[in-house]
Each structure stands twice: as C-alpha cells, then as structure tokens.
Design a protein around this ligand. Structure first.
Ligand SMILES: Nc1ncnc2c1ncn2[C@@H]1O[C@H](COP(=O)(O)OP(=O)(O)O)[C@@H](O)[C@H]1O
Ligand SMILES: [Mg+2]
Length: 151
C-alpha cells in the first residue's frame, strides 16, 4: 500500500521529517529516492531535529557519509557523487544496528540499497510543492504519511 503527503514549503517537509524522527528506531534504514532538489536533505534535517541534532545536517559534498549524534545516532549517506564511479567496496557489512541510517541516492550503491527497510520517494510537482510517498516500511513509519504536515 502506498500513502503520500504533499508539502507546500520547506518547513512542511521538515515537519514530515520531524514526525519521522519521533517514530524511527535503531536499525531502521531509510532509502530516500528522488531527483536533485526534491527535498531529501530537508527531510533528513527534520528527522535529525526530532532526534535532538540542531545543526550540521547538509548533503556531504566531498564525503559520502556523515554521522550525527542525537537521541539515536544518525548515519547520513548521500551517494550522488558516485555517479560514473565504480563502487569498489564500502567495507561495510551491515548497517549500524544502534543508529538510524538515511540514504540519499541509494540506487547508486547496491550494497546500501539492499539494506533499506523503508523506502520513501520524493517528487517536485511545482516550485514549492513536494510529494513524499511511502513505498514500503514498518507501519509506524507509514502512519506518518496518513496526515498532511499542517494537520
Ligand atoms: N515544499 C518543499 N519542501 C522541501 N524543499 C523545498 C520545498 N519547496 C522548495 N524547496 C526547495 O527545494 C530544495 C530542496 O533541497 P534539498 O533538500 O537539498 O534536495 P535534495 O536533497 O533532494 O537534492 C531547497 O532549495 C528548498 O528550498
Ligand atoms: Mg540532498
């Protein structure tokens, strides 16, 4: 079953992220699919905020990975720059069990894509309009997508 919400501003997208941050659990691996500028990093900022991380969240430019320390640790991957590169070996056998892992551009590294227990797709129907669609994952996460961020 898919469920989706529409947002009309950056703050509304962050609000969806904050709601996700309230229900995520250690070991969750959330794949965020969507083109550049669809709001993936803004969503991660909301998740981080709800977990008590107040600054420092951004798409890594020269690294593929950041770790933030909140109520739960957050492993933030952004694989955008992997385009055209061979993914040799991450050296990672499994996602960090004590953390919440969030992956932008998961399709660029099969090893990380395979970890995903939750999938969310983002699209940009208009300049300030974003659609966030739950593809699969646990019910506690799906439930976040039942209500518009301004409800
Ligand atoms: N409703 C919205 N939700 C999220 N971002 C929005 C929205 N409307 C406009 N934007 C803009 O879209 C961009 C989203 O950026 P970002 O989250 O970094 O995207 P991504 O990580 O998917 O490439 C920002 O420039 C933001 O200001
Ligand atoms: Mg990003």
């Amino acid at each position: 079953m898919t469920t989706s919400v529409s947002t009309a501003s950056v703050d509304e997208t962050r609000e969806v992220g904050r709601r996700l941050g309230l229900v995520v659990e250690a070991g969750d691996v959330i794949a965020l699919e969507g083109e550049l500028g669809t709001g993936k990093t803004e969503l991660v900022k909301g998740i981080a905020e709800a977990l008590g991380v107040t600054s420092g969240v951004h798409s890594p430019t020269f690294v593929l990975h950041h770790r933030y320390r909140g109520r739960l640790p957050i492993e933030h991957y952004d694989l955008y720059r992997l385009e055209g590169l061979a993914w040799v070996d991450t050296g990672l056998d499994e996602p960090a069990p004590e953390a919440v892992t969030v992956i932008e551009w998961p399709e660029r590294a099969a090893v990380l894509d395979d970890w995903a227990t939750t999938r969310i797709r983002l699209t940009a129907p208009g300049p300030t309009r974003r659609r966030l669609t739950f593809i699969r994952g646990p019910e506690r996460i799906r439930a976040v997508f039942e209500h518009a961020p301004r409800d």
